[in-house]
Design a protein around this ligand. Structure first.
Ligand SMILES: [Zn+2]
Ligand SMILES: [Zn+2]
Length: 384
């Protein structure tokens, strides 16, 4: 697949301002967000859009892209697939979707903290976890135990990076600021350049006895078990924020959040359409003609369905309240049962006789006596 030009994806000119890029993104995100769009390619388009935006909004990535196009872009910043990065733009569209299913603002987490500033505290990364559940679980709600890999404060050194019992020292080169100022006198005046301190790499501290557990980084990678409660009524694309369960912050910064993204697996019997479920029910010609009482599956068990005589194919019966609960506490959806009348593929001898009789009655009634009878075989061996 050839990749579309990022500017083309956003529908903007190459010299568009940051504001224009944001504006274009917001407009299209509103249109293609998989949670709201009915476009069948919505997810694909949203991905494409997010990727384009991620690159163009970041001056350094934009510059690389402008210079080298997709080729460079692919190598340097596209990780492929639907990644966590797609979520980092939610701060820009919080006016559209700024509410999770508990009515909280879920996007505030993304505001701030993203900027690279070596010596100040930095918020930990937000993490994404994709949770796959079945339709029954989505309807009932579940408590699920998940295992999330993340970085945590090193328990040995409590994040200092120094061997327990030893201390970090203020960097003598930068005096603890993490920055090195260089002044240069030129014929045009004095120039000051500020860069990350070469001794402490911008940390402001020097570790003389590094912590062995974390290699002086102050952080360790662990997998943590987290129990989450998934409310009844979730659907694919619903997301749940678990505050403080993301990566640990840097230099005392706050911990990021964990976002659990729900995927509901397809069901063998039922199709889901929002809160409603639907299924096809096969009836024989006789059941449909004479009427019947049929046992039908529901998501929680079985129900009796009365088929009135003379039911036509494609008739839909509704089992009220047998669908999916409303996430926001509204009425529960319905189960819709669509009748499909099946013609018998083969008939026994007696059945054939009876159908022939029926055909003759029908023929008489319709004034085309014997016509169907001939097609079906007249029961005297002519069809053999
Ligand atoms: Zn440590
Ligand atoms: Zn320093």
């Amino acid at each position: 697949m050839t990749k579309r030009d990022y500017y083309e994806v956003l529908g903007i000119e190459k010299d568009a301002s940051l504001e224009d890029i944001k504006k274009a993104y917001r407009k299209l995100a509103k249109q293609y967000h998989p949670d709201v769009s009915t476009d069948k390619d919505a997810e694909e388009k949203f991905k494409e859009l997010s990727e384009a935006y991620e690159v163009l909004i970041e001056p350094s990535k934009k510059a690389t892209y402008d210079k080298f196009g997709h080729e460079a872009a692919d190598k340097s910043f596209s990780s492929g697939g639907f990644q966590w990065s797609d979520f980092t733009h939610y701060s820009d569209i919080q006016d559209i979707f700024g509410r999770d299913f508990f009515g909280r603002d879920i996007f505030s987490a993304f505001m701030g903290g993203a900027q690279e500033n070596r010596t100040t505290a930095q918020r930990g990364n937000d993490l994404r976890y994709d949770l796959y559940i079945n339709l029954e679980e989505a309807a009932k709600g579940i408590k699920s135990e998940i295992y999330v890999p993340r970085t945590e404060l090193c328990p040995e050194c409590k994040g200092t990076g120094a061997k327990p019992g030893t201390k970090t020292k203020h960097c003598y080169v930068c005096g603890g600021s993490g920055q090195e100022r260089r002044e240069k006198a030129t014929p045009f005046g004095r120039f000051v350049t500020v860069s990350a301190c070469s001794k402490c790499k911008g940390e402001g501290n020097i570790i003389e006895n590094p912590c062995k557990n974390c290699n002086a980084t102050g952080r360790t990678r662990t997998t943590r078990k987290i129990t989450v409660k998934i409310p009844a009524g979730v659907d694919t694309g619903s997301h749940l924020r678990v505050p403080g369960e993301g990566d640990t912050g840097i230099r005392g910064g706050p911990t990021g959040d964990l976002y659990i993204v729900i995927h509901v697996n397809p069901h063998q019997t039922f199709k889901r359409d929002g809160k409603d479920l639907s299924m096809d029910l096969q009836l024989t010609f006789i059941q449909a003609a004479l009427g019947a009482e049929i046992e039908v599956p529901t998501l929680t068990g079985k129900a009796k369905l009365k088929i009135p005589s003379g039911t036509q194919t494609d008739t839909i019966f509704k089992l009220r309240g047998e669908g999916i609960p409303d996430l926001e506490g509204g009425t529960t959806g319905d189960e819709r049962i669509r009748v499909k009348i099946v013609t018998p593929k083969s008939l026994g001898k007696r059945e054939k006789e009876l159908y022939n009789e029926l055909a003759q009655i029908e023929g008489k009634d319709a004034g085309v006596k014997g016509f169907i009878g001939k097609i079906m075989g007249d029961g005297k061996g002519n069809d053999r």
